[in-house]
Design a protein. Structure first.
Ligand code: PNS
Length: 209
């Protein structure tokens, strides 16, 4: 039986110094000389449409950082799906929210999610994280996770529960409430509220969008 025991914690891109420890029931622990193994940065991809991002999404991203060194927020560019905000705006809003967090990156993608994850896998990403708010999310999420696994068995999907404060929240509800004059303060980041106000002034925010 053997395992590697880290002796030095290094930054990403650096190497990790480890000791191999082998235990033998007669001789106790035998420690091999230190060896060097490459540091593996743990990256997760958090995909979504984010039209717009809500505090529920922000909550999942920050929870993800407890488990991963970096979260790559993947914003779906989907010309078939009607969006209130352009892909560029959706990406820019998320970038602005996390401007002081170098461990959160935002990129747009189109086509299959697994293709995008394969592309970033060169940078060691093979985990997709998704938020699961309620049982009602489960069927769709199960179908998506299993389909993605069918397409690429190397990719795992990890589900995280948002804070209970956001368990009722989605982008559609935010747009509908705001368009009808309701307050979304505390439910979306400030930049999103500002952009929603601009859309309302331009007459581009109506129910159903
Ligand atoms: O915010 P959403 O709408 O819940 O996000 C859904 C998203 C973007 C994760 C999903 O629609 C997706 O991955 N689309 C890319 C196309 C794809 O890979 N489809 C196969 C998964 S069933």
């Amino acid at each position: 039986m053997g395992f590697l025991e880290p002796t030095k914690i290094c930054k990403p891109g650096v190497f990790l110094l480890t000791k191999a420890v082998f235990s033998d029931k007669n001789m106790g622990n035998l420690v091999e000389p230190e060896r060097i193994v490459p540091w593996m940065e743990k990256i997760a991809v958090y995909p979504g449409f984010f039209d717009p991002i809500t505090n529920g999404h922000v909550d999942i991203i920050l929870r993800g950082l407890r488990l991963f060194d970096k979260i790559l927020v993947a914003v779906l560019k989907n010309p078939k799906k009607e969006a209130l905000f352009s892909t560029k705006d959706r990406v820019a809003m998320i970038q602005e929210i996390f401007i002081r967090q170098p461990d959160i990156e935002v990129k747009a993608f189109d086509g299959l999610l697994v293709e995008f994850v394969r592309f970033v896998r060169r940078h060691k990403a093979k985990i997709v994280i998704r938020g699961l708010r309620a049982v009602s999310d489960f069927e769709y999420e199960l179908q998506m996770a299993l389909m993605n696994r069918q397409l690429d068995p190397e990719i795992e999907t990890l589900y995280m529960m948002p804070s209970v404060h956001y368990s009722f929240l989605n982008s559609g509800v935010v747009k509908e409430v705001f368009s009808l004059g309701g307050s979304v303060t505390g439910l979306v980041p400030e930049i999103v509220e500002k952009k929603l106000r601009e859309k309302l002034k331009q007459g581009r925010l109506s129910v159903g969008k």
